[in-house]
Design a protein around this ligand. Structure first.
Ligand code: SF4
Length: 316
């Protein structure tokens, strides 16, 4: 098995809106190592959810290559495609909308098992009960309907559904954003425990850095369809290089009131520009406090500034 479970090369997803192409994802390169969690963050509309949906083939890529377990997804035969669909699962943002209200929890969880014909009869039932236990729910929950559960419990059901067919890789698309703050930490802990138990790899998508801090080994920061920084979690927090990452980090409140009162905040001016009409050169230049002439002329390439720390900015 290759060390990288996933390699993404030049990935683009453009949507043709008639009046022009919406460049939701515009040339992404990254890899995810087996067993790690890669956090992907950026403001809403930056394309991070489109990345997840394109990787799992809910969207057809406009350009680029997705390599899973050493094999290009576009060149897979039917059997390999089935394996790929089994090995890559998704947990969605909204636990209210992502579960069929007319199905029992047991049937929701077993949907993938039925589609892939993995277990039948008693074995199927045992598997559902095991999955309920794995995500901290009770056996009697199998016969109930989604509306009988809280947001946190529904997200646990969504996680059990994703785990049901023993995937290697899970894309979690803002899985805690819709939950109460008090429940978010529990769901993060559940993700971490399941990762240890099942040797899972995660792409964990979120809109702010505070949410991915504790779960990610490495973090990628996206802005307007492009990756602007990628490094380990510790390095990103200790030494953010890209001005956009610096502004995202400065927006996270610090629990110490003395530090919080005196520290400097970087307030970004203006809105995120439309991906229908992105700025020339660096996509961040219309909001960047360090923008220079060259930033309007040339798109800065992703460069390794120190080992394992990559960013796209003319300052470096
Ligand atoms: Fe700012 Fe220029 Fe760097 Fe873009 S390339 S982030 S505009 S300094």
């Amino acid at each position: 098995m290759p060390d990288n479970i996933l390699e993404v090369r030049g990935l683009k997803k453009h949507f043709d809106l008639g009046k022009g192409a919406l460049k939701a994802v515009d040339g992404l390169n990254f890899e995810i190592r087996r067993g790690e969690t890669l956090g992907l963050v950026g403001e809403s509309g930056c394309g991070k959810s489109t990345v997840g949906k394109t990787l799992i083939r809910l969207y057809e890529p406009t350009e680029g290559e997705i390599v899973f377990n050493g094999k290009s997804v576009s060149k897979m035969n039917a059997k390999e495609q089935r394996e790929f669909t089994r090995n890559m699962q998704m947990v969605f943002q909204d636990p209210y909308a992502s579960l069929n209200p007319r199905m029992t929890v047991g049937d929701i969880i077993a949907e993938g098992i039925d589609i892939h014909g993995l277990y039948k009869g008693k074995k199927r039932k045992e598997r559902v009960l095991q999955l309920l236990a794995d995500v901290g729910l009770n056996p009697e929950h199998a016969g109930r309907f989604p509306h009988e559960f809280s947001g946190g419990q529904r997200q646990r059901i969504g996680i059990a559904r994703a785990l049901a067919i023993e995937p290697q890789f899970i894309i979690a698309d803002e899985p805690i954003s819709a939950l109460d703050v008090s429940v978010q930490a529990q769901v993060i802990n559940l993700f971490q425990n399941l990762q240890k138990q099942h040797g899972l790899t995660y792409l964990f998508i979120a809109h702010d850095l505070a949410m991915v801090k504790h779960i990610s080994d490495r973090i990628g920061v996206m802005y307007l369809g492009k990756l602007v920084e990628l490094t380990t979690s510790e390095e990103l927090y200790a030494n953010p290089l890209h001005p956009y990452t610096q502004s995202l980090l400065s927006a996270i409140p610090i629990p110490d009131p003395d530090v919080e009162r005196t520290r400097e905040r970087i307030i970004l001016e203006g809105e995120v520009p439309s991906p229908l009409n992105p700025p020339s050169g660096c996509p961040f230049r219309t909001r960047c406090p360090h923008a220079m002439q060259v930033c309007a002329e040339t798109m800065p390439p992703m460069k390794e500034i120190k080992p394992g720390h990559i960013t796209a900015c003319h300052l470096y």
